[in-house]
Design a protein around this ligand. Structure first.
Ligand code: FES
Length: 67
C-alpha cells in the first residue's frame, strides 16, 4: 500500500516522499528513490522529473496556504 507525502514547493516542483509507484501513461513504472521531485513548471527536459529549469525560467507559482 502506498504511503506518500506530496509537498508543493513555491515556484518549484512537487516533492514526493515515501512509498509510492510512479508510472508512465502506459502504466510502466519509473525507477524512483524514496524522495523525488516532479516538474510543475512544464519546462524540464527530464519530465516528469524536475531538472531545476524552473529557477532559470522564473516559474512563479506560490502555493495557497491552508489555514
Ligand atoms: S518544476 Fe523544476 S523544472 Fe519544472
Amino acid at each position: 500500500m502506498a504511503d506518500a507525502t506530496i509537498k508543493v514547493n513555491d515556484h518549484g516542483p512537487l516533492l514526493v516522499q515515501g512509498s509510492f509507484t510512479l508510472t508512465d501513461p502506459d502504466g510502466n513504472p519509473f525507477e524512483t528513490k524514496e524522495t523525488i521531485a516532479l516538474c510543475r513548471c512544464g519546462q524540464s527536459q527530464k519530465k516528469p522529473f524536475c531538472d531545476g529549469t524552473h529557477g532559470k525560467v522564473g516559474f512563479d507559482a506560490a502555493c495557497e496556504r491552508q489555514a
